[in-house]
Design a protein around this ligand. Structure first.
Ligand SMILES: Nc1ncnc2c1ncn2[C@@H]1O[C@H](COP(=O)(O)OP(=O)(O)OP(=O)(O)O)[C@@H](O)[C@H]1O
Ligand SMILES: [Mg+2]
Length: 345
């Protein structure tokens, strides 16, 4: 997919619909929404109770008639109507009114690399329902690379790794386009899931979903490295009795459990490097890999990659919002189009 910068410059707003978080960039106003992609619905009346942070706090704590739903799953909009309702609510009346003033409202959206036509259609439909007359799609990998300031337009290789919630995407870019790329359906959610499974199997403990992040922090000192504390105390619910219980867990064993999803990511990086022309691989040995996406913040992930690949690994300044910032920069016209000077005969 090549980016049509002139078309993007004419867009009024851009969205990055992620499995974990939804981000909206409005031209001239910046990033106006960065909230969880969650909606809480009253199943009796069908009405929306809350969205974003408010709805996420309700997860696992609702009475029977309230259902917490995620209209975006695996990087794809799976419930178009709910995604539209969630977006309307997240945008709020003021921004929606401002957007409606544009008679021919144009929108842009990030799509995961290699998204199938059905997934692309679902994203477009969602935005058309919000009033957009035309929707431009931009590959997340390109948006993220632009957002973290990589010199994508130069004839040098840059490697980017987008670590999302549902998937990890890796690519080598040169001259403004993707040379090779891989999408591994393993992300932050799979890592959290591996921790939850491990505790259930080894300690017969059910961990509330909100406690996974504190556990990851407990694993650092240095997270996935072996320099962190040897054990950590955590609270959960006993599988058999249903009562609250606290156990002391061995952090090395948890690190072992996380290895399985992380190996899949390493495999993806290997595939991209093998498919990459040798000249570009030489560039990468100096420049290294740039990590973006929320899961890039997983403690010690960068160090693990450094050890496994032997090339430098950097984390972007604000890894979680790089893609939204990148697509925003394209809307604002801050990205110069690539001009290839034809040779004068
Ligand atoms: N400080 C942190 N430490 C570890 N993991 C984190 C941290 N902050 C966010 N995450 C993880 O990052 C993920 C969210 O990242 P991001 O916002 O890039 O996802 P997304 O764009 O919604 O997902 P996708 O692009 O896969 O659709 C979540 O799985 C979350 O657990
Ligand atoms: Mg994302």
């Amino acid at each position: 997919m090549t980016v049509r910068l002139e078309q993007l410059r004419r867009c009024h707003f851009a969205v990055d619909l992620g499995a974990a978080r939804t981000r909206v960039y409005v031209k001239g106003a910046g990033l106006v929404v960065d909230q969880p992609s969650v909606a809480a619905v009253n199943t009796r009346s069908g009405s929306l109770i809350g969205v974003g942070d408010f709805a996420e706090q309700m997860t696992g704590r609702t009475p029977g008639y309230i259902r917490v739903v995620r209209p975006i799953s695996g990087g794809t909009v799976v419930d178009i109507e709910m995604a539209q309702r969630m977006l309307r609510q997240l945008l709020g009346d003021k921004i929606r009114r401002a957007l409606r003033r544009n008679l021919r409202l144009r929108a842009a959206a990030c799509t995961p690399h290699g998204a199938d036509p059905l997934a692309q259609r679902a994203t477009i439909e969602t935005l058309v329902g919000l009033g957009a007359r035309r929707v431009e799609l931009v590959d997340t990998l390109i948006a993220a690379a632009v957002g973290c300031g990589l010199p994508v337009e130069r004839p040098e290789a840059t490697m980017i790794m987008v670590c999302g919630a549902a998937a990890t995407q890796v690519a080598v870019l040169s001259l403004g386009s993707i040379v090779t790329a891989e999408r591994v359906p393993v992300g932050g959610e799979a890592v959290d899931q591996a921790i939850v499974q491990h505790l259930r199997l080894e300690h017969q403990l059910i961990l509330p979903s909100q406690s996974v992040r504190p556990l990851q922090l407990a694993l650092s000192g240095n997270g996935l490295n072996s320099q962190g504390p040897a054990s950590a105390e955590i609270n959960g619910r006993d599988v058999a009795t249903g009562l609250a219980r606290s156990v002391r867990i061995n952090t090395a064993a948890v690190r072992g459990a996380i290895q399985t999803p992380l190996t899949a990511v390493l495999d993806g990086i290997g595939k991209v490097l093998r498919a990459c022309p040798p000249d570009l691989v030489a560039d990468l040995a100096d420049r290294g890999i740039m990590m973006v996406g929320g899961s890039a913040l997983l403690p010690g992930f960068d160090q693990m990659l450094r050890q496994a690949t032997g090339i430098p690994v950097h984390i972007a300044e604000r890894p979680d919002i790089c893609a939204a910032q990148g697509i925003g920069a394209m809307l604002e016209g801050r990205i110069e189009p690539l001009v290839l000077n034809p040779l004068v005969a």
